[in-house]
Write a protein of this length. Structure first.
Length: 312
């Protein structure tokens, strides 16, 4: 039997359509109390009525999940808020840099959800394309987590390597907003992150570090801790800090004062991991096999330590 689906999204077995789990019972979300600048949320596309329509048609992909508001506030900070590190570190002495960014998620980004993404992005695409010399500023593409053929298709269309194997269009950022939920998808999600942090998407000998941003709301530690214990073996990660400049407040972990347990992490692939063999089975990948260049099972305790620090 599957678990009831309310605001959480856990079930014991995966349904045939991932966006319509068994006993799906969810309702639209609202911007949380910490997000004082609610004008940043497009109520037409992401308000309560819009979410109700989208949930009926697209299931869990039609709801704005809580950690998405956290990511949105970080990317579009109000004037009084400051983050360390900032989303993009702008150096006024340098020419503007064109960045290639992948948002990995948007519900479960399968082909049937792409029309919803296209619809929601129309106004944004029009604004950006008016200010850009590039015609395809924003592109929606399906990517089934963990499938190398989907990653290869994406790479062949947007990324390439030169004759010297140097990545010509390096992937600068990977955005992950509230993606850690189904236990059965934790292995495929980690595998996709490994795909996207490897050539031809990114080369460790490239121009700069690749940044992975993960906004996360803890719902079931017993089911979700497996991801973090494996993720920390392949990626270094730490929480993003925030402070209110008007109140001259001290730096604190972004999310520390929320009503729920939420985090926003910045992560980078461990350089030594490019010499490790990625296990073929998701169970082995989540069990730490292949990490540190060995076939033994192991885990990382970074996330566990952060939780303990928050309880002190």
């Amino acid at each position: 039997m599957s678990e009831p689906m309310a605001d959480g999204i856990h079930c014991d077995t995966l349904p045939s359509n991932l966006n319509f789990p068994f006993n799906l019972r969810i309702h639209p979300s609202s911007p949380p109390t910490y997000s004082s600048d609610k004008c940043l949320i497009d109520d037409t596309n992401f308000g309560s009525h819009a979410q109700e329509r989208a949930i009926r048609q697209y299931g869990i992909a039609g709801r704005v999940w809580e950690a998405a508001y956290m990511m949105n506030l970080y990317i579009h900070p109000p004037l009084h808020m400051e983050f360390d590190p900032p989303f993009i570190d702008i150096d006024a002495t340098k020419a503007p840099q064109r960045l290639t960014i992948i948002e990995l998620g948007s519900g479960t980004d399968l082909p049937e959800v792409c029309p919803l993404l296209e619809y929601n992005l129309q106004s944004v695409k029009s604004q950006l394309e008016c200010r850009s010399l590039q015609k395809s500023t924003l592109v929606v593409k399906p990517l089934s987590w963990g499938k190398p053929e989907d990653a290869s298709a994406l790479a062949s269309e947007f990324f390439e390597q030169g004759p010297d194997k140097r990545v010509l269009n390096s992937l600068a950022h990977i955005l992950c907003s509230d993606l850690i939920y189904f236990p059965e998808l934790l292995g495929p999600l980690l595998r996709s992150l490994l795909h996207l942090s490897s050539p031809p998407f990114y080369s460790p000998s490239g121009d700069g570090p690749q940044i992975i941003l993960i906004s996360y709301k803890l719902r079931s530690l017993a089911k979700e801790a497996t991801f973090w214990s494996a993720f920390g073996l392949w990626f270094e990660f730490q929480p993003i800090l925030a402070r209110d400049k008007l109140a001259a407040s001290e730096w604190q972990r972004f999310g520390e004062n929320f009503d729920d347990t939420s985090f926003l992490f910045t992560a980078n692939r461990r350089l030594e991991s490019y010499n490790w063999t990625i296990p073929e089975l998701d169970e082995d990948l989540l069990g730490g096999m292949g990490a540190n260049g060995t076939g033994t099972r192991k885990s990382d305790d970074t996330f566990e330590n952060l939780l303990l620090m928050g309880l002190e």
